[in-house]
Design a protein around this ligand. Structure first.
Ligand code: HAM
Length: 464
């Protein structure tokens, strides 16, 4: 066995099929899923709308790797959290470094901020990201092992105005997506100054009741008492809800002023928040504001998004003191909520079904020379932003028309020997059945007069 093979968890015998057994199809990994074209148009619209709204608040995109050193999450999310102790996909990279598939992206964004000295660029950095995250949770509707987040982080200001503006942006975004039934839950978890005193009080209270609690809560009483609030064991809930002190009652004066400013700012904007003293969120880096938005359109996994302030995180990761505030939306859940809210409005459950973006031109070609001409026409129309379908194989006219109909094509262009000889192609309006002969050079203009402008038309077309 070569050295490479010794280090590899993959054995060559794993690919040798036993010829006596039928070949089993390979399925997606548990908790992951394929998003098929019938769904992806909703995802695209949710993402496009997010980019649009984020841009109006002057956020810029950042893309960080999916793989990070394990230590990044152990240090920031916290060694006692469910995410780090139970849910991370961590592996030794061929015996070298311990790597983890990112379970969230705030830590990555702050790492990148420090690594590239973005703090030298002056002012506040407003960054957003979209992409897959990985947590080994028990899969169910709205909870996956590979899920997607749309998140944003504001680095460099501790002003409560940041918290308020970001929440305002989230309300604007959810409103634009047509989601109505959502609630903002809000709390403050204090800061490095006031929290140690509270933790002492909490630990004392826990010592009195921990004997009746689960093993995790017993351990956390000693290591990180705040994490007891993340416990999901049914039997522990009455104790957590009635026997433990809330951090909110132990906030220092500065944290209290900050919280009051946030709630006043939200009131001014007519944004209603439900004060939720138990909301400490399952990550260690939070300070002061924590929040979640839940949606009645979802089932048990009803938290569409969550976030908060993390003023000490940069220092924990070896960077300069930099206050931060951000959120992450669970895109899988957001899409469910959008579909749900549209269903309740009788809109069929999708922002725009795949046939909401019909093929504009279906080009039918008959023969080798016609294919050449059809390819040229397709390229030129696509350059102008038209959605064009060009069949790869020679197809009989009747069958090709059937396909054009199925695709809801607005126009069909037919090119055969006759059309080439006459230098005029047949252009058929599929909704009226009306057919005209049009010279190749005039087809683009002919379509322009009858269709909305193509996506690539107007300013900024990449193809020019
Ligand atoms: P989080 O609350 O862990 O926060 O995740 C944010 C959102 O991601 C959740 O509200 C939920 O919608 C979605 N989510 C989490 N786990 C899953 C899952 N297994 N399947 C489907 N959706 C899921 C964070 O990740 C923080 N980084 C947010 C943040 C940004 N805080 C400050 N800045």
């Amino acid at each position: 066995m070569s050295r490479n093979e010794q280090n590899s968890p993959f054995k060559s015998s794993q690919v040798q099929n036993d010829v006596t057994k039928p070949i089993q199809p390979i399925r997606a990994v548990k908790g992951t899923r394929d998003l098929l074209p019938s769904e992806t148009s909703v995802w695209q619209q949710v993402e496009e709308e997010a980019r649009r709204v984020l841009a109006t608040y002057n956020f810029c995109e950042i893309r960080t790797p999916v793989l990070e050193p394990t230590e990044l999450f152990a240090r920031s999310v916290g060694g006692d959290t469910d995410i780090v102790t139970k849910e991370m996909y961590t592996f030794q990279d061929r015996g070298e470094e311990s790597l983890t598939l990112r379970p969230e992206a705030t830590a990555s964004v702050v790492r990148a901020y420090i690594e590239h000295s973005l703090y030298n660029e002056g002012g506040v950095q407003k960054l957003y990201y979209l992409g897959p995250m990985f947590r080994r949770e028990r899969p169910q509707k709205g909870r996956y092992r590979q899920f997607y987040q749309i998140g944003a982080e504001v680095l460099g200001s501790e002003s409560p105005a940041v918290d308020v503006e970001v929440l305002e942006m989230l309300f604007a975004y959810l409103g634009r997506l047509g989601i109505q039934d959502f609630h903002l839950l809000l709390n403050s978890v204090g800061c490095a100054k006031c929290r140690p005193e509270y933790v002492k009080v909490l630990r004392r209270a826990l010592e009195a009741v921990k004997g009746q609690m689960c093993a995790d809560c017993q351990r956390r009483t000693g290591t990180n008492p705040l994490r007891v609030f993340d416990c999901k064991v049914e039997a522990d809930q009455p104790i957590i809800n009635t026997k433990l002190p809330w951090i909110f009652d132990h906030l220092g004066p500065e944290c209290r002023v900050h919280f009051d400013a946030v709630t006043a700012g939200l009131n001014e904007r007519g944004i209603r928040a439900d004060f939720t003293p138990r909301l400490v969120r399952g990550l260690d880096y939070y300070t002061r504001t924590t929040f979640e938005i839940t949606s009645g359109a979802l089932g048990a996994q009803n938290s569409v998004l969550g976030g908060g302030r993390y003023d000490g995180l940069s220092e924990i990761l070896g960077g300069p003191p930099t206050p931060g505030f951000g959120f992450a939306i669970g895109e899988d859940r957001l899409v469910l909520a959008v579909q749900q809210s549209l269903l309740s409005q009788g809109a069929g459950g999708q922002v725009a079904p795949p046939d909401g973006q019909p093929v504009e031109v279906y080009i039918i070609w008959m023969g080798h020379d016609a294919l050449k001409a059809a390819t040229e026409l397709a390229r030129s129309l696509r350059t102008q932003g038209r959605r064009v379908e060009l069949p790869y194989d020679l197809t009989k006219l009747k069958k090709a028309m059937g396909i054009a109909n199925k695709l809801n094509a607005r126009f069909a262009v037919i090119i055969g020997d006759q059309e080439l000889a006459n230098a005029r192609y047949q252009v058929k309006d599929m909704s009226t059945g009306q057919q005209e002969e049009v010279e190749p050079d005039r087809i683009a203009g002919y379509l322009r007069d009858r269709l909305a402008p193509g996506e690539g038309e107007g300013v900024g077309s990449l193809s020019r």
